[in-house]
Design a protein around this ligand. Structure first.
Ligand code: SF4
Length: 612
């Protein structure tokens, strides 16, 4: 006899992942609901619930009259087995509605290796994988998020994509749906109408052809409503844009269990490997008053005792010291901790750090990214050895003794000298700690060196660059393992095989849809989780589909090549990225453009105000 949902919850590891009902989750009256929306996150609850975009869009979409937005996350494998065994379809967390009954279901694309989880969720919901196979009774399936800036590898799966920041465009899309539903909904008409909204890409309205050498010959619209260029959406006014005061508070531990306050969007540092630094331009800040006001309300509504100040580089917030002093003043009596998720080595302010330390002290993370100045110049990471060691000296003097240092391997022009440089930074750091004379010093030092394998991303100056071969990555990892002999330095690294697959999909084209579906059919899911990732199954899928995965990773591109993402206008222009690529190869640095514009192109598209 089949079990019910209530019964299977007793049989899974963490039932709280599936029950909903958390503080600040939204329940609505059925009668008032005209449009039912699902916010899908293709990973397990603990990851999904830590995502700021989920908190924003869940809250925002529930403010729209007549709309009910519920959450849909990937069930962990134990739950999935129970659901399949007992014929339970994937359901929303709030009302346990099968996802097939929703009107719209969105997915946020944070990581290329979560794509098979989207297929798994559709499969569990009995929804056809491909847009062309879905019929009037199926929900509209769409996606947004950073990976949507190259939508092509999942273009046949999505009915549409939302490009850029979601606060305005998602509302416009849902309102359009509402109107179509009132007037007798027809899927095709809705998609054609949606294509007219700025920032919306409907893949079925575009056609792509290929050259004999497999590169793209042409890419363009085949319907009058579809524009040859889709321009990303940005929010202009960060003080008045919706921000959730009522964060959802989970019953169980999640990856980041705290209130998160976004202080600004965009970045002007110009690191050449960083996609976020290019696609989220221009810089737009919230005012100190807005942030303080939100912090107060969030603490009241959630009971959290920690607020993370979030952005791409929070120390670059123009009012950072004022903000921190005010926050400390407001929160000290309640022992509210303030955390800064990542710190830049150049703009580091020890004064700010001291203020935070008064309340709570945690480990610190820095990202020099490369082991030598030469390579840091190539990637335009504007930090010097002096910056690094001055900062470390100050934090050690203040009593910190745990630091994590992030690096990338396989950056353009990298040599073994650059890897030696990583080891030297580790050794110099532990040596520096020994020399520190400070009453605040406690115990020994722990330095963790983490290396990731470099993945060239669209809309960066390195989008033309090939990725290191997997054997090269493995050799380099082995080399670092051998040379890092300092007992106070821990070394860890990211597996090369998953970075390879990430690189294939990051710059992939429409032909990868077939491979993705085949890989899922072969059993791939939770590819971002090492224990589930099967490189062999993926390679089998490429073979069955007769597609050479190395086409996407192992060749340098020419300036003339048409990229699958060229039709998207992110503001920053291709000619600027090419210029930066040439500067990189010459080891020439481009300073932070905050004080000296280097004409990336963003102002030609957006009258952005702010620093531009
Ligand atoms: S327009 Fe100028 S200042 Fe603004 S992000 Fe681009 S380069 Fe920087």
């Amino acid at each position: 006899m089949k079990k019910t949902l209530d019964e299977i919850l007793y049989l899974v590891e963490k039932p709280a992942r599936y029950i909903g009902g958390e503080v600040n989750s939204v329940m609505k009256d059925d009668l008032e609901t005209k449009v039912r929306v699902g916010f899908g996150f293709p990973d397990v609850y603990e990851v999904a619930m830590s995502h700021l975009g989920m908190q924003i869009l869940y809250g925002l979409q529930n403010t729209i009259e007549g709309v009910y937005c519920e959450r849909v996350f990937s069930p962990w494998t134990d739950m999935e087995s129970q659901m399949r065994e007992n014929d339970i379809e994937l359901f929303t967390l709030e009302t346990k509605t099968p996802i097939k009954e929703l009107d719209l279901l969105s997915f946020t694309l944070q990581y290329e290796l979560s794509y098979t989880n989207i297929l798994n969720m559709l499969d569990l919901g009995n929804i056809p994988f491909r847009s062309k196979d879905r019929t009037e009774g199926d929900p509209i399936i769409f996606a947004g998020g950073p990976c949507a800036y190259n939508p092509e590898p999942i273009a046949e799966i999505m009915d549409l994509f939302v490009l850029g920041e979601g606060e305005e465009v998602n509302v416009e899309l849902i309102e359009l749906y509402k109107t179509h539903k009132q007037n007798g909904f027809a899927r095709k008409d809705f998609l054609e109408a949606a294509a007219k909204i700025e920032g919306i890409y409907v893949p079925s309205l575009y056609e792509v052809t290929y050259n004999d050498d497999q590169t793209i010959a042409s890419f363009g619209p085949i319907h009058e409503n579809a524009s040859p260029t889709v321009t990303k959406r940005i929010v202009q006014d960060m003080d008045n844009v919706y921000y959730p005061e009522n964060f959802l508070v989970p019953f169980i531990d999640i990856v980041h269990d705290r209130a998160v306050l976004e202080v600004f969007r965009g970045c002007t540092a110009g690191c050449r490997f960083c996609q976020a630094g290019m696609i989220y331009r221009p810089i737009r800040e919230k005012s100190v008053d807005t942030i303080l006001n939100l912090a107060k309300k969030m603490i009241e509504s959630t009971g959290y005792d920690e607020v993370a100040l979030s952005s791409l580089s929070t120390m670059d917030y123009s009012q950072i010291e004022k903000l921190i002093y005010k926050m400390i003043e407001d929160s000290e009596k309640d022992k509210i901790g303030i955390s800064l998720p990542s710190l830049r080595l150049d703009s580091f302010s020890v004064e700010v750090l001291e203020e935070i330390q008064k309340v709570r002290k945690t480990g610190l993370t820095f990202a020099p990214e490369a082991g030598t100045q030469r390579l840091r110049d190539v990637i335009n990471k504007g930090v010097t050895e002096e910056n690094i060691f001055n900062t470390l000296e100050q934090v050690f003097t203040e009593g910190w003794n745990r630091v994590k240092l992030y690096f990338m391997m396989g950056l353009p022009t990298e040599t073994y000298e650059d890897l030696d440089g990583i080891n030297e930074i580790g050794n110099r750091t532990t040596h520096l700690y020994k020399t520190i004379q400070s009453p605040k010093k406690k115990g020994g030092v722990t330095v963790t060196i983490s290396t990731a394998c470099f993945v060239p991303k669209p809309f960066t100056p390195f989008q033309w660059q090939k990725q290191d071969a997997m054997e090269t990555f493995i050799e380099k990892q082995k080399y670092l393992r051998e040379i890092i002999t300092n007992k106070k330095v821990k070394f860890n690294y990211h597996e090369a095989q998953s970075s390879y697959l990430e690189a294939v999909f990051a710059r992939g084209d429409r032909r990868l849809n077939e491979v993705l579906i085949k890989a899922y059919e072969l059993g791939c899911k939770f590819d971002g989780w090492q224990e589930h990732f099967s490189y062999d199954k993926w390679m089998e899928a490429f073979e069955i589909c007769d597609i050479d995965s190395m086409f996407y990773t192992s060749r340098e591109r020419t300036l003339e090549e048409i990229f699958p993402w060229d039709f998207i206008d992110v503001g920053v222009k291709k000619k600027f990225l090419w210029r930066e690529w040439e500067h990189a190869l010459n080891g020439e640095v481009t300073p932070d453009c905050r004080n000296n514009c280097v004409a990336c192109g963003i102002t030609q598209v957006f009258n952005s105000g702010g620093f531009c």
